[in-house]
Design a protein. Structure first.
Length: 367
């Protein structure tokens, strides 16, 4: 795996290019921010914090995008607009082979370059740990105030897998690699919606899955890669034509929950070999083929009949079971796993089918 290393100067150049496409009034806002800074700098106290290293902005100052989150031009612009040199927090980096690889402070560093500064205030460490920048990024962003999205944590864990063989026994690192390998095998890109919407950044496959937390929970709940493969391939077949090719996370976690319930009850042996296909065929017959809209309006149906806070895994597995039973043939004796005394389509007070107006388009009463 080749590291995706870019210098700060390269990232700043991309900022100017992407910013014009992504940020409203980009040039005007930057010009106003620079003029504001010039006025501030008339005061001799308006300088960067002292007592730390000032590292020159050149090609030795880098970001490793196998670890680092993608730059958000809009965030850089906001920093520029409120820029005050006295409150600039130092960036953090690991120094390796004469270069500084930043693992914290990317947006501030780019803002400093954009605002005309020649150096970045920084603290840095020197260590023999090959993937220290990934380890540090995870520690800072998995426990800090400004937490990174799980996609960035996932990326950092993968970097650790490919960089340091000794790190492969770490449970988090191993899980990240297992999840990533699974999604590549089934031909589904694991990426956030904002990346999917970018023609230059999105993955190569028709379908994508954006809920990293559910991808990890899928492995945790089932402890079975083959089952997850069966679920993902089933969703591709029956619900692979949603907008942007999105595989809906609610449909996914509902099937995961169904298997997990069978596992908890020691009832896996009672699952038919084709259980995923049978559930999804029933869902298509009763609720249609738009997984995302079914998931979205299932929330309203849940509130309509239960009046309790949303629980996606329980709600979706209940919906799937009830859809299956609604169209079930008389000679079909299979009872899909479910949470006892939980229903999404039955009114708790009356015990009768009660379909909310928002969900009526998705519940075919003519089956």
């Amino acid at each position: 795996m080749t590291d995706k290393v870019k210098t700060l100067n390269q990232v700043a150049e991309e900022f100017y290019k992407d910013g014009e496409d992504e940020v409203a009034n980009f040039k005007t806002r930057l010009a106003t921010a620079r003029d504001r800074l010039k006025d501030l700098q008339k005061d001799p106290e308006m300088i960067l914090p002292q007592g730390i290293s000032l590292v020159e902005i050149n090609d030795d100052l880098c970001f490793n995008y196998s670890v680092q989150r993608d730059l958000r031009p809009s965030h850089v612009v906001r920093i520029c607009e409120k820029f005050d040199p006295r409150v600039v927090r130092p960036a953090s980096a690991v120094k390796r082979d004469g270069k500084y690889y930043l693992f914290d402070g990317q947006h501030t560093s780019v803002a400093l370059s954009v605002m005309g500064y020649a150096a970045v205030p920084m603290t840095y460490v020197e260590t023999k740990a090959k993937a220290f920048d990934a380890i540090a990024f995870e520690i800072l962003n998995d426990t800090g105030i400004l937490r990174a999205g799980t996609e960035e944590i996932h990326r950092g864990l993968l970097h650790r897998w490919h960089t340091d063989e000794n790190d492969r026994q770490n449970p988090k690192v191993k899980t990240a690699y297992t999840v990533d390998t699974l999604f590549k095998k089934v031909g589904i890109d694991l990426e956030p919606v904002r990346i999917r919407k970018s023609p230059n950044k999105k993955g190569p496959n028709k379908n994508f899955f954006s809920h990293f937390d559910y991808a990890y929970k899928g492995l945790e709940f089932t402890n079975n890669v083959d089952v997850l493969e069966q679920i993902l391939l089933g969703l591709k077949e029956h619900y692979g034509d949603d907008e942007y090719g999105k595989i809906d996370n609610g449909m996914f976690i509902g099937l995961v929950k169904m298997y997990a319930l069978a596992r908890e009850d020691g009832a896996i042996k009672y699952l038919p070999n084709d259980w995923v296909g049978r559930i999804l065929e029933a869902m298509v017959k009763v609720c249609g083929r738009n997984g995302e809209l079914i998931h979205k309006n299932a929330r309203k149906q849940w509130q309509h009949t239960r009046g309790t806070s949303w629980d996606a895994p329980v709600a979706m597995v209940s919906l799937m079971r009830e859809a299956y039973q609604y169209q079930q043939a008389e000679d079909d004796m299979w009872n899909p796993p479910h949470e006892t005394k939980v229903s999404i389509m039955t009114n708790q007070r009356t015990g009768h089918l009660d379909v909310a107006s928002e969900f009526k388009p998705f519940w075919n009463t003519n089956v």
